[in-house]
Design a protein. Structure first.
Ligand SMILES: [Zn+2]
Length: 147
């Protein structure tokens, strides 16, 4: 068992502790660092799981990336892709819905693409979610080349 961040070998107890709290295999130091990020930003655990899955797939993601106005859950900066995790669709208010759309419009104007992913997709279909994001990255890359 190794830490998904630094490849350090971890024992059973640490494996269980990080899997139970974050759903990702991490060493003591990285579990602590990630928990701090969650506390500071209200990051959903699904964003952490997606971040490490994308990292493993070689996509070079960034966690809680500051775009100048707000913190983005996960970003792939070389193709200007922002990924936001939607915590609960049922809880969304109409004000939130229109402000999300407005935010997406502003980042689009600045050359960023925003994708909103329901947390359930990550919870139940992490591999498929990663494959789809890799496809979006490929698509964005060819669009960048085309310009
Ligand atoms: Zn580590």
């Amino acid at each position: 068992m190794t830490c998904k961040d630094c490849d350090k070998a971890i024992g059973y107890k640490q494996h269980k502790e990080s899997m139970d709290s974050l759903g990702v295999e991490l060493c003591e130091r990285h579990t602590r660092l990630i928990k701090k990020i969650i506390l500071d930003n209200g990051t959903p655990v699904e964003a952490i799981q997606l971040f490490y899955a994308l990292k493993e797939a070689g996509a070079h993601p960034m966690l809680e990336w500051w775009d100048g106005k707000k913190s983005v859950d996960v970003a792939i900066s070389r193709v200007k892709l922002n990924i936001e995790i939607d915590k609960d669709y049922n809880m969304i208010t109409h004000e939130q819905a229109i402000s999300d759309l407005e935010e997406a419009m502003h980042s689009f104007k600045n050359g960023f693409t925003t994708v909103r992913i329901p947390h359930l997709a990550i919870k139940y279909y992490l591999d498929d979610t990663v494959q789809n994001i890799l496809g979006i990255i490929t698509g964005l890359k060819s669009n960048i080349k085309a310009i």
